[in-house]
Structures are given as C-alpha cells and as structure tokens.
Design a protein around this ligand. Structure first.
Ligand code: NAD
Length: 271
C-alpha cells in the first residue's frame, strides 16, 4: 500500500512523521507523496484539513487518518503514545472505512470565467472586509430571504462541531447527508429581516447566494482553513457534494463519543 504523511511542521510532529515513515517502510509499505492510498496527518485538526486539501483531487482513492500532537483533535484522534500500535494496524489490518459527506461550493463570476468548484470538509464562510454582505438567498431555485450581516457559514455534518457550533448551529451526525447554513451577525430590524435560525438542507437542496447591489464588492471566502478574496462574484452555490471523505478506522470511535470527549468531558489539570 502507498502512503503519505502530512506533518504540522513542529519538531514533535516531524519526529513522529520520521518514525512512522521508517516503520511503515520496514513493513514494505511504499511512501508515495503523489499517489497515496492512505494519508496520515500528524498535528491537529488544522493539519488534517491541510492534508485533506492537498489530496482532495484524489478523494475517491485516498483515505485519511490523524495523529494529534496537541490537544485531542476532532479529526486527529490517535495519540503519539499509540503510534506503534497504529503502524502495526496499518501494516497488518485491512482498511475499515467510514465515509462522511462533504460540501460542494461553486463560485461563479460576472465575467463569465469558468466556475470554481471547491470541496470543503468543515465549512465555507462568506464575509467581506467592506461592511456587510448583502445576499439574495435562494433555496431550490426559490427566493428565501435577503441576508444582510457579517456573513454566512455553510457547514458539513463533520464541520458542524467547528465554526458552525460557535455560531449557534446544531451538531449534525455525519450519517445524515446534509449541509447547515448559519448566520454570522445578521442585521434584523423593521427594514431587514432574516430567518435567524440555522437551516439544515438535505441532499439535492441547493442554496444559491447572489450578492446584491454592489458588483465591485469583494468577498472573503474561507474554505476550511484557507481564505481567498474573490471580486466580481455573481453567485456562490452550496450543496452536498457527490464525493465523500473516507476516514480509516482501526477501532470504533462513535461520533457522539468524539463530541463528548471534545466538548463535555472535563480535563483534569495537573496543579
Ligand atoms: P484554528 O487553529 O484557529 O483552529 C480552530 C479550532 O477548531 C481548533 O481547536 C480545531 O481543533 C478546531 N476544529 C477544527 N475542525 C473541527 C471540527 N470539525 N470539529 C471540532 N473542532 C474542530 O484554525 P485551523 O486549525 O486553521 O482550522 C480551521 C477551522 O477553524 C475552520 O474550518 C473553522 O471551522 C474553525 N474556526 C472556528 C472558529 C470559531 O470556533 N469561532 C472561528 C474561525 C474558524
């Protein structure tokens, strides 16, 4: 089997990368940065998001697993102490795959250039550095509302525990093929009105955001951990992607246990 390792780049993560690379190669696995079947991320959730971004073009043939070198990660759930066990599992045990839904974002420009299609593991957020965003929001081709505010966050079920949660969105089990749209500081008064609640859209229900009024306004579109500026935006379309992310599992770690361990269980401090 061919594998690649993405490290956060700090000394600890780099050392674990070297150790895992050496052990796995001794077990006759092949290190292949270009066409890996398994990608191991070593660092935190940000490293996992980066590993996903690097190999998203091979999403159908690549599976992911994460080791965390900081606090417990949502995606990176193996500890440095478990690295030897993980190496043996990878070398000796056939893959168990768990698949989770992704978000497809399609950005179209007024200039008519080819649309940009991006897959997100956590979410897309749309904001602007120039005042508020004003969007016509369509759901399934019908006008739903005109949104004014700081922005909108459209998340996947596995991303529902990330930025979406901080915005008051619900946590969605990733067996549900859905996306969630949450507001970032909407303007609500006697003139402007938005729904105010997070919306959960099932598969095939596309939401289309079309900027109103000011064609020159540029938007900051963050997909997971990376943000880009887009000018002259005609529309941003969001829906559940047909592709899915594949996580490798060598032991059960149910989603709700992950949620509990990340957000509810108390951490005992040493002093
Ligand atoms: P970062 O270093 O600021 O990490 C943000 C935190 O989000 C980290 O603690 C990370 O462990 C956690 N996280 C990431 N994905 C998660 C998930 N699916 N479930 C639960 N927690 C998760 O930034 P980064 O490492 O570059 O990560 C980018 C992510 O940060 C974005 O995808 C976004 O979801 C999140 N974010 C959160 C907030 C917020 O909570 N207010 C604000 C901006 C971005």
């Amino acid at each position: 089997m061919k594998f690649a390792i993405v490290s956060r780049g700090d000394d600890r993560s780099n050392n674990i990368k070297q150790t895992m690379k050496q052990y796995l190669t001794e077990f006759d696995l092949t290190y292949d940065k270009e066409e890996p079947e398994l990608v191991i991320s070593i660092g935190g959730d940000g490293t996992f998001l980066e590993a996903f971004r690097r190999y998203v073009h091979r999403i159908e043939t690549t599976a992911f697993i994460g080791v965390h070198t900081g606090h417990l990660g949502f995606y990176a759930d193996w500890t440095p102490d478990e690295v030897e066990r993980l190496v043996i599992e990878i070398a000796k045990t056939p893959f168990q795959i768990v698949e989770y839904p992704l978000l497809e974002v399609t950005i179209r420009l007024n200039s008519g250039e080819k649309a940009t299609r991006i897959l997100a593991l956590n979410e897309a957020t749309i904001k602007t550095a120039e005042g508020s965003v004003v969007f016509d929001v369509q759901i399934r081709g019908e006008h739903f509302e005109t949104f004014r505010g700081d922005g909108l966050c459209i998340s996947t079920p596995s991303g529902s525990t990330a930025y979406n949660k901080a915005l008051g969105g619900g946590i969605i089990h990733p067996s549900l093929e859905a996306i969630q749209m949450t507001e970032i500081a909407s303007i609500n008064n006697r003139v402007f009105r938005t729904i105010g609640s997070p919306l959960i859209l099932p598969k095939h229900h596309t939401c289309l955001l079309s900027p109103l009024h000011d064609e020159d306004k540029s938007f900051l579109i963050a997909i997971d951990h990376t943000t880009e500026t887009y000018s002259n935006v005609k529309s941003i379309q969001c829906r559940v992607a047909k592709e899915r992310v594949r996580f490798v599992r060598y032991r059960p770690f149910p989603f709700w246990n992950r949620v509990r361990d990340s957000f509810v269980s108390e951490i005992k401090l040493d002093d």
